[in-house]
Design a protein around this ligand. Sequence first.
Ligand SMILES: [Zn+2]
Length: 249
Amino acid sequence: MYRRLCFLIIRKVIPLSQASAHPGEPHYITRSGWLRAAVLGANDGIVSVSSLIVGVAAATPDPNAILIAGVAGLSAGAMSMAAGEYVSVSSQSDIERADIAREAESLKDFPNEELAELTAIYRENGLSDKTALLVAKELTAKDALKAHIRDELGLSEVHAANPLQAALASGVTFSIAAAIPLLAAIVAPVALIIPVVLIVTVFALAALGALGAKAGGAPIQRATVRVVIWGVFAMVITAGVGWLFGVTA
Ligand SMILES: [Zn+2]
């Protein structure tokens, strides 16, 4: 009976990650890694390439110059996005690995202090002294490092950084998204490139905002408005700069 009680209390303080007590209400946190990279990549692709096209089109009506700028923006942007994501996520996983190695060392050198630390964490989470110590002892006996990684460092498999996955997610989504304003610029009559790219981009950003919010289980309207406002803002600034260059050239 007492053990069953402890098990129920453990489930309250440390929810077992994958087992969902309410399958009708899934959690989306496991998607946050690649979703963040994908939405970031797509948003960057649409905004940077459409801004580039609008900026060049504001400076010169030469369709070849506009097309070259669009293709260059897409390929350069996709590569830098993927490389940047790979490097930043790699350094994050380096930090996580170093922290875990330090923790393993400390568990070997200071087992009593580490047990006290874990007990204190459970006490802060609301357990009584006696139960906190019991839980800490049981989890330490089962897998001390795992308990400290999860409950002290706050790391879990769910958030484990995967550099390659993140790099691919952002590079691929950047390219696909950037192709939208580029295709719009290709099919639009030269004189209408700016308004056509602007309208297509606003719709693409709205769709991206809604999709990202839906995939992440977040409120759609707020995410959509946010993505569209910042995207339009970036395009207006770039078009202004391009226009200035066109006037002064
Ligand atoms: Zn520790």
